[in-house]
Design a protein around this ligand. Structure first.
Ligand SMILES: Nc1ncnc2c1ncn2[C@@H]1O[C@H](COP(=O)(O)OP(=O)(O)OP(=O)(O)O)[C@@H](O)[C@H]1O
Length: 298
């Protein structure tokens, strides 16, 4: 169980997290939503122990996070950060194996190999195992980092898995696969907190949604309770409709299209549309035609 008790955190005297409390039980997958700058990554850093809260406590399995020894914490909590740059030519399997550093049992290295093989397979990376990280696409690299944190917590049920925007750069199939993996781990007993921007992915896979706004927790409940048109407007400033999918009974949010009035733009907004040279004779105005974007859009 994870208990977050009245966490507040300031940076350079600016409050980034304000009095946040919630609990998560084994088997729950919680999606953390909120607008850019709402404090989601900051909360993840505090939950991971990377940042120390100014006040409040985080209790993981009955013990204050700050009292954990490094190895004990690594066995109970893994954190996929939002940005994971790698500039050296490590292979995929080397990066995934990094997840085992500090948690493996030196007298049973074969278990690390089992963890590696299984996580590569779960994340669809077996065929890429020998490839250099530098040769992978952004989405493939993101999958490798996901595999690294899964490898760290491999077979460690009830551990806390913190995923900050794990679907970044991924195509539609892998976005769903990643969240399906996270949901399956939750079903096995892991506690999962995942930062997402796509509210419909959150509705499909999370059992619970927390929305942050200005560093505060505003709503916490099931997707149907939290994803309402009013909340979408307050949290994101968008007008939206909420539906229930009749087959899955999941909530679906359909944002209203934002239509910008062309008249609001500066009328100088135009593009130089270069017509390719041909062997045909063209007039000078044809070759360098100015198309006003606004007249095209209006
Ligand atoms: N190192 C820092 N120095 C100054 N301000 C920071 C720093 N880190 C975060 N902030 C500020 O704290 C606020 C919360 O940032 P945070 O990264 O937690 O937001 P977020 O909800 O994760 O946003 P996003 O959806 O854009 O990733 C933002 O206003 C951000 O500019």
């Amino acid at each position: 169980m994870l208990r977050v008790e009245s966490i507040s955190y300031k940076l350079n005297n600016r409050p980034l997290l304000k009095d946040i409390s919630f609990s998560i039980r084994a088997g729950e997958m919680v999606a953390l939503l909120g607008s850019n700058g709402a404090g989601k990554s900051t909360l993840m850093k505090v939950l991971s122990g990377e940042q120390k809260p100014d006040s409040g406590r985080i209790i993981l399995h009955g013990e204050n996070l700050q009292h954990y020894k490094r190895k004990a914490l690594a066995l109970k909590r893994a954190y996929l950060q939002q940005h994971n740059p790698i500039s050296m030519a490590f292979t995929v399997k080397e990066v995934v194996m990094m997840g085992r550093y500090g948690v493996g049992n030196p007298s049973a290295p074969e278990l690390d190999l089992v963890a590696l093989t299984e996580t590569l397979e779960v994340c669809g990376l077996t065929d890429l195992a020998e490839r250099s990280m530098l040769s992978l696409s952004g989405g493939e690299q993101q999958r490798v980092h996901l595999a690294r944190v899964l490898c760290q917590l491999w077979n460690n049920k009830e551990a806390l898995l913190l995923l900050d925007e794990p679907t970044n750069n991924m195509d539609l199939q892998f976005q769903h696969q990643t969240l399906a993996i996270a949901a399956a781990l939750a079903k096995k007993g892991y506690m999962v907190i995942v930062v997402l921007h796509e509210v419909n992915l959150a509705a499909q896979y999370a059992s619970r949604i927390i929305i942050l706004k200005d560093g505060r927790k505003w709503w916490d409940g099931t997707p149907a309770e939290v994803l309402t048109p009013q909340h979408m407007y307050t949290a994101f400033g968008i007008h939206a409709q909420a539906y229930t999918d009749q087959r899955s009974l999941k909530t679906i949010i359909v944002p209203q299209e934002i239509r910008l009035d062309a008249g609001e733009f500066n009328s100088n907004l135009s593009i130089q549309h270069q017509i390719p040279h041909t062997n045909f004779k063209t007039s000078s105005t044809d070759q360098n035609e100015t198309i006003n974007l606004l007249s095209v859009q209006a």
